[in-house]
Write a protein that binds this ligand. Structure first.
Ligand code: NCD
Length: 315
């Protein structure tokens, strides 16, 4: 039984199974028929990830447990370990956790009898984000064959860059990085290209926000950032036919992307958010099944859907 911590732990087969399950949830309404509690423990700010986990849980008929750091006992000095053990003791069946430390899962994962889903760990991993990103790419192109993806921006401090590079590589996609000198990460060994090269070569341009909260060095490269390293209107014109723009959000309009391009024809930024709900439903189901918390037979097409299908057939 595995926790859902890093893309590195997933096989290619598991990745395609998750995409298949996300598609199933997108197309039909399913519910888990057993009472299940999921705690969403977010120790870092979040809009999209947290809300889409809550929507994913509610769509599946799971009960989400509220947690706010400001009003929790962490304010009284309780540790992450004691907080998660409390949720386990109170009856949570699964924990969704986001925390600023790269390795937070190492300190708690061995001592828990319930699955953890990583909703973001420091600069290191963001596996559900990269799953929703590849789900969006798969919907667009129908395959990963011969695709070229450029991941552009603050690569050095981005968990989205790391998880996506790992996942896309597993799927045989050619990955390039593009970044200002201060935001380059060289340990991963991916080739760097310029933004001008990226727009001309790539099928997918994945933009990243500068992770100001993860570094306080002043970078001179941020002065003319959009013109020097971002997606300007001129650069967008040079993108390949059919090429798309992704961004995990939150977007800093006018920094990594021209404000007018956020909702342009090539942008799939809203689609990514929508897909996040279904991929997270898939991840939650995978964890609950793998840990024997639910059985396949407890995942049921919702009664209204069955009636609708029957009516449809009768017509
Ligand atoms: C990203 C994150 O938190 O890592 N956002 C997200 O989960 N949608 C990216 C970011 O904060 O820049």
């Amino acid at each position: 039984m595995k926790h859902f911590i890093s893309i590195k732990d997933l096989t290619v087969e598991e990745i395609y199974q998750l995409l298949k399950m996300a598609k199933m949830y997108r197309e039909d309404d399913y519910k888990i028929t057993k009472q299940i509690f999921v705690a969403n423990l977010f120790f870092e700010p979040s809009t999209r990830t947290k809300t889409s986990f809550i929507v994913a849980e509610r769509k599946l008929g799971l009960e989400d447990l509220e947690f706010a750091t400001q009003t929790s006992s962490m304010k009284k000095g309780e540790t992450l370990y004691d907080t998660v053990k409390t949720f386990e003791a109170v009856g949570a069946d699964c924990l969704v956790i986001r925390h600023e430390h790269d390795e937070w899962s190492k300190s708690i994962s061995k001592d828990l009898q319930i699955p953890i889903i990583n909703a973001g760990s420091g600069k290191k991993d963001h596996p559900t984000q990269s799953l929703l990103d590849i789900d969006t790419i798969y919907q667009e192109f129908g395959s990963f064959k011969d695709l070229k993806v450029a991941i552009a921006g603050d690569v050095k401090h981005s968990r989205v860059a790391r998880s996506n590079a790992q996942l896309l590589t597993k799927l045989g996609v050619k990955v390039y990085f593009t970044a200002a000198e201060d935001f380059k990460e060289t340990e991963m060994g991916y080739p760097y290209i310029t933004m001008d090269e990226a727009v001309e070569m790539c099928d997918v341009l994945m933009l990243l926000r500068i992770q100001h909260e993860r570094h306080d060095e002043f970078s001179s490269s941020t002065i003319n950032y959009l013109e020097d390293f971002g997606l300007t209107k001129e650069r967008e014109k040079n993108m390949k036919e059919g090429a798309i723009i992704l961004h995990p959000g939150p977007v800093n309009r006018g920094v990594e992307i021209d404000p007018d391009l956020v909702e342009c024809k090539r942008s799939r930024i809203s689609k990514q958010i929508e897909n996040g709900v279904y991929t997270r439903m898939a991840v939650l189901t995978k964890q609950l099944l793998e840990w024997d918390i639910i059985k396949e037979s407890q995942i049921r097409k919702s009664p209204s859907q069955i009636t609708q299908t029957k009516k449809h057939k009768a017509n």
